[in-house]
Design a protein around this ligand. Sequence first.
Ligand code: HEM
Ligand SMILES: CC(C)=CCC/C(C)=C/CC/C(C)=C/COP(=O)(O)OP(=O)(O)O
Length: 476
Amino acid sequence: MTTEHSQRRFADLLTATVIAAYVLVALGTAVSTTDSAAACSAWPTCSTDPIIGSATGDTLLYWGHRVAALVAGCLVLASGLAARRVEVNRRVAALIGCALVLFPVQVLLGATIAVGGPSVAGPVHLALAMAIFACLLVALVFTLDDGTLEEETDRLTPTPESPTSGDDAGGYPATAPQPTGRSARLKRTIGAYLTLTKPRLMWLLCLVALAGMGLATLSGAALEPSTALATLAGGVLAIGASGTFNHVYERDRDRRMNRTSDRPLVHDLVPARNAVAFGVGLTAVSMAVLLTWVNALAAVFTLAAIGYYAVLYTVVLKPNTAWNTVLGGGAGALPAVIGWVAVTGRVGLPAVALAAVIFLWTPAHFYSLAIAYRDDYARGGFPMYPVAEGVAAARRHIAFYLGATLLAASGLGWVAGLGWVYGITSVALGAVFLRSVVRQFRQPTDEVALRSFYVSNYYLGAILLAIVLETLVVAG
Ligand code: HEM
Ligand SMILES: CC(C)=CCC/C(C)=C/CC/C(C)=C/COP(=O)(O)OP(=O)(O)O
């Protein structure tokens, strides 16, 4: 067997081990947030037989956790043995070694919890599970990195000065052909205003707010349909306003980028002054809706979100630092808090946990797109991470932020007390997301990076839908 072939098989084994470790974390959280712990108070067998006994969802869940622990344990052991056979580097060996040492400790802790040990054992058990997952994920990233045949020195220099005209920027005409006839012109103008509101972002951001509202109902608060509608309407208007301000501020840089050179302000389809007035109008109506039908705190957070995206991200962070995406992630996370505040009138821990998931997900979402469009971003003069630090570094960060997102998603399930639907969805889609990121290391092409970008959206969309289903449809 060639070294390359055995390295690949080792990476496959490690990928399976990472997925198994994540399944274990997610099932463990589900076990501790449902009544399933009460269904089993012995170790290593259960007081209830999962097949013959009265097998409820809870006993199956409990048994699922134990079986997953057995499978993950075997895989960690197999990875440890394989690491000795294949010549892995010292960092990988050390990380797998850590997981191997922690695993038996984790099993003992689990047994202590099962037979009714001290209450502190639960959180320690969860923290250790996350540490094992983190060790294995980082080991996988280093392994995949070693196998990726690519230069580390692929940084680009953002060049805002050149080229400046539409044609030079990549073949787009400087002005689009004028439609003839009044209704065609009206249609084009309406379309242009709609584009300013960035409608493609809205479905996911609305789902974030809806999930925030759903989590609030789990805490016992009642959600009136009129509150939900007004919050979503105010949110959509606010997103439209902040997107419009972003279009106005970035119109010169947008002209230089292929992806954005067809935007309305680049082609003077809407004068900048009118766009600013449109943005101010949308902000005012959004505030009016939220103040009238929701509450003042929701309006304050929404105004803060507009300022975050339109000023802090667009003006301060995006053109100046490679940390723009990480720090900018807070703008997209705020709708989680807004949704919760709309229902309860105050901030709550589950909303902050959901916001943390969005915050950590954002780099894993955007860096893939930024890898595919790195030349474009460099032309626009934006120091996005793959431009400033190179594709290889960006890919590593995608994997780390993905790992952090998966852990935060489990933490959210734990903090909010979510159950089956959420647990299964986050594990299944988490595995799909992880696989798409692993593929980026194996096939470092722009197409694969773009696919990973779309998978990131499906992942988040699916777990948010699961929260909505579990909190508003099933529980409601
Ligand atoms: C710093 C934070 C973020 C950056 C830099 C970013 C960047 C981008 C970019 C450049 C696009 C392509 C837009 C286009 O071509 O029209 C995009 C698409 C998208 N983003 Fe993000 N994003 C961020 C955060 C978020 C958040 C928080 C959400 C929702 C929770 C989100 C959801 C979406 C969706 C749904 C799309 C549309 C994908 C499609 O075309 O189907 N993004 N993002
Ligand atoms: C409630 C409320 C107002 C929430 C605000 C949430 C919001 C609009 C988040 C923005 C997400 C984002 C930065 C998208 C595009 O990035 P980009 O501007 O860098 O993309 P571009 O290159 O396409 O301009």
